[in-house]
Design a protein around this ligand. Structure first.
Ligand SMILES: Nc1ncnc2c1ncn2[C@@H]1O[C@H](COP(=O)(O)OP(=O)(O)OP(=O)(O)O)[C@@H](O)[C@H]1O
Ligand SMILES: [Mg+2]
Length: 464
């Protein structure tokens, strides 16, 4: 019999795109120098799929067959609340049985801490859980759990990185929840490339997803992020799992924000806010209070607005600094936590409608506390902060501004105005500037409100 012709193929280490030829630039994700040679899939060495690795369906007694939608029992996918409210909210109301959740985040942000706390909550004498780490020894993990006051007889720790070994212990222990820390350290013997490579990540994730689905075990997979902030490995990884969460923060603050970017079982709008302490992560019930924490008293360029994250209003401080640019240089427009294009648009609108000239000015904009705000409801507040810094005139600390601004300078209504107002009133804001016609008739706090329709009206009412 003639030997099978050996065929070389190439794949992109960023997105997993495959090609028969090597290319300098990946046509799928447009990254340069990311194509690598893939191991030959026809290679007989690659064919030795270890029987141990595959959990057969008959073994699990979970035979699948088509069912009419109406006959599928909804309770087969129950949710389990962890009791950590900020985490449950981001997942859409708790952990769904058999779901696979990928958690990504910068080094040292607190991924292991968060998932250790979650497993601790899910562990009971009737439901043991398993934390698998390929990054830390049992001793290191014990140190962390001791610091956090976690000492749970039903939470098992395994230091392993081989998929085969993980599955072996999984079968013995039959845990009710599983954490893999991290997918980049896991490796599967049937793939030749090293741990962390695209094919390894894809293969090990496929095994883990299969186990989770067949045994109905909620599985949390930690993923490292690349320097651009995306989860390292093939983009395919995000398609394979049910939920993708990102854990992020501004490193100078102890606050961490958990955000869903994909969720098959809930909305992706909700965020969870945590504070990192020596005893682990503590959910922050009232994020407005932390984001307004170190607010300066009456300084030019600072102002508060009410934003909506998911279903929750959060008050955030917006800061602007307008200063003279180096003569002859290009004026800088630097933003932190705000979309740069949106900020440029607001600056252009101010130049046109308020007849201001920023051509010789550097403008810096910042959302305090590491929050990122993308909704246009902060447009008016951006303009107000820039105006305040430009005129070097402070806005009273009890004034709050809400509103979207259109290209012609018109002030547009925003959604969920009642929730924003009630949060602002709760925090004692006395004057709330809102778009004209935005208020519902039953709104009672009229005495605190100032309705405006144009930027001139904003300028006239901002500083008094
Ligand atoms: N005693 C302490 N007090 C307060 N915070 C601490 C303490 N010890 C550790 N931390 C915080 O915990 C963080 C490390 O948490 P953790 O190990 O869970 O992060 P990680 O995201 O898993 O990191 P890695 O990417 O290295 O795995 C530190 O960066 C620090 O912010
Ligand atoms: Mg870790």
């Amino acid at each position: 019999m003639a030997n099978k012709k050996s065929k070389t193929s190439f794949f992109c280490t960023t997105c997993g795109y495959q090609s028969a030829k090597w290319m300098g630039k990946c046509p799928a994700c447009n990254e340069w120098e990311t194509m690598r040679e893939a191991p030959d899939e026809n290679d007989s060495e690659n064919d030795h799929k270890t029987p141990e690795m595959i959990l057969t369906i008959s073994e699990l007694g979970n035979e699948t067959r088509p069912l009419p939608l109406s006959q599928i029992d909804e309770s087969e996918q129950p949710r389990q609340e962890t009791g950590i409210g900020e985490f449950d909210r981001v997942l859409g109301g708790g952990v769904v049985t058999g779901s696979v959740v990928l958690v990504g985040g910068d080094p040292g942000i607190g991924k292991s801490t968060l998932l250790l706390q979650i497993l601790d909550r899910l562990s009971t004498p009737k439901s043991t859980t398993l934390y698998v780490s390929g990054e830390e020894s049992p001793g290191q993990s014990k140190m962390r759990s001791q610091r956090m006051g976690i000492d749970n007889d039903n939470l098992y720790f395994l230091s392993a990185s081989s998929c085969e070994e993980i599955i072996k212990h999984f079968r013995k222990l039959k845990p009710k929840a599983l954490v893999i820390d991290s997918i980049q350290t896991c490796h599967s013997p049937e793939v030749k490339s090293p741990p962390g490579s695209t094919s390894q990540v894809r293969q090990t994730a496929a095994h883990l997803v299969k186990i989770a689905k067949l045994t109905n075990t909620p599985t949390f997979i930690i993923g490292h992020v690349t320097k651009d902030g995306a989860i390292a490995g093939p983009k395919l990884l995000e398609h394979m799992v049910d939920t993708v969460l990102y854990f992020e923060s501004d490193t100078q603050y102890p606050y961490r924000i958990l955000r869903a970017v994909k969720n098959r079982f809930g909305s992706t709008n909700e965020i969870g806010v945590f504070e990192m302490t020596g005893r682990g992560l503590i959910g922050v019930d009232s994020p407005s209070s932390i984001f307004l924490n170190e607010r300066p008293i009456s300084l030019a360029g600072s102002l508060v607005s009410a934003t909506i994250e998911g279903s929750r209003p959060i008050l955030t401080e917006i800061q602007a600094l307008v200063s003279s640019a180096v003569s002859g240089g290009i004026p800088r427009r630097t933003t932190l936590g705000i979309d740069r294009n949106r900020a440029a648009l607001m600056i252009a609108i101010m130049e046109k409608r308020l007849r201001l000239d920023f051509s010789g000015k550097d403008i810096f904009l910042n959302i305090v506390g590491g929050l990122k705000v993308i909704e246009p409801a902060i447009d008016l507040a951006l303009i107000a902060a820039i105006l305040s810094s430009h005129l070097d005139q402070s806005i009273p600390t009890t004034t709050l501004v809400i509103g979207e601004v259109g290209l012609t300078g018109e002030i547009r209504r925003v959604n969920m105005i009642d929730q924003r107002l009630s949060e602002a009133l709760k925090f004692g804001f006395k004057k709330i500037i809102v778009p004209k016609g935005n208020l519902s008739t039953q709104n009672t706090a009229k005495s605190n409100l100032k309705e405006i329709a144009t930027l001139q009206e904003l300028a006239a009412s901002l500083f008094s």
